[in-house]
Design a protein around this ligand. Sequence first.
Ligand SMILES: Cc1cc2nc3c(=O)[nH]c(=O)nc-3n(C[C@H](O)[C@H](O)[C@H](O)COP(=O)(O)O)c2cc1C
Ligand code: SF4
Ligand code: SF4
Length: 428
Amino acid sequence: MARKKIDLAVDFCGVKFENPFLLSSSPVSNSAEMVAKAFEAGWSGVAFKTLNSDRVPIVHPSPRMNPYNYGSKRLVGLQNVEQISDRPLKDNLLDFLYLKKNYPSKVIISSIMGFSNEEWAYLAKASEDNGADMLELNFSCPHMTVEGSGHKVGQANHLIEKFTATVKRAVSIPVLAKMTPNITDMTEPALFAKQGGADAIAAINTVRGISQIGLDDWTARPNVAGIGAISGTSGPTVKPIGLRFIADLAKCEKLGLPLSGQGGIETWIDALEYILLGSTTVQVTTGIIHYGYRIVEDLIEGLSDYMLERNILRVADLVGKALPTLQETDKFNLESQGIASYDLDRCVGCGQCLIVCNDSAGQALEWDAQTRRPKLIEDKCLSCMVCSFVCPVSGLITYKKQPSGWQRRETAVMGEGLGSELKLEAFK
Ligand SMILES: Cc1cc2nc3c(=O)[nH]c(=O)nc-3n(C[C@H](O)[C@H](O)[C@H](O)COP(=O)(O)O)c2cc1C
Ligand code: SF4
Ligand code: SF4
């Protein structure tokens, strides 16, 4: 009953989405047959697999992906060497018409990539003429080797501005610029996209990386008939990078454009984090490759329950809410200090905290061999909290703020008696 009050609809560049959850441009959005299934599952829109104009034949390498597994965790990342759509433009546009006719309330974003100014305009106009509600300019595919394409554009600000302006002149629908994370500062190219007329920024595309080297064949994965490459990494392993770039863009006052966040979103919590840092919509690929279109049910239910619990009725009221406390590190209050606090009634005596504290922290724990419990020497505790990260009992070790004026003991100096041998003059 109460769920009815929650409306997940968002306005993004004047286009209404029934919820913030979209498929991103990739194999999960390759055809209308697939996208229709996703729409039925609950996704509100799609950034279609990047269209090309048939001028340059696209042949995908085989194999084109490799999983990045870590320990027993599977697919914490995904490595891919895929290029843009290998389908004829006409087939993709017919699919747009089909989707528009059958799913009029869903949003179609046509992702495009031209290799020349004229080609950008051509693809943009063809997309608008055949039902696209928005455009996403792919300035970010890491596998395009031709100059003036993909991530090479994403690093050439004048081309970003030029191609965006060309597209804006060719169409009247809103235009997103999709940025590469393979740079230091994304606000710079984003400002050039804005100057060209972009209505919003999408980030991030995949992060250039190598997730595995074959120990038998000494070749980066995926191994394409004996050749490996530095290629695009996606999935949970890139989420911190995606969040960082979205935060950078959201905090850039000069930019002031709506954002579509992506990179490692699998759960409603991931999605909410992107929203709290300033994304109005979020896009997903690897999460779907891992678990299927049905994860949208978790996204919808989780976000709705969260909002219901806090009596927040509009997603718009969550967008950017984490930004005010996100500051430079010199804004930290260094007067405020604390220590770890141990609820030893719950301790199982495993000794993990002792090892980590001795080998990587303040050496602030002693071991009571009789009770098999750690004992904290409070004034040696660094409040680094790594003991809580390794403790198998959740919530046993917590942070406790100390009264103002509390002093931490200085780290012991082992060479105290060697002063006469010290060679050091004060730095002037
Ligand atoms: C196999 C694969 C193919 C992709 N192809 C495209 C593409 O054609 N156009 C594009 O803009 N992004 C493409 N991407 C990037 C995704 O849209 C997305 O930006 C990226 O994977 C990060 O999101 P994720 O962690 O949810 O996968 C591709 C990603 C993967 C894994
Ligand atoms: S917070 Fe750091 S220094 Fe303090 S007990 Fe834990 S590991 Fe040791
Ligand atoms: S890691 Fe946790 S459970 Fe293990 S000894 Fe330390 S406090 Fe006890």
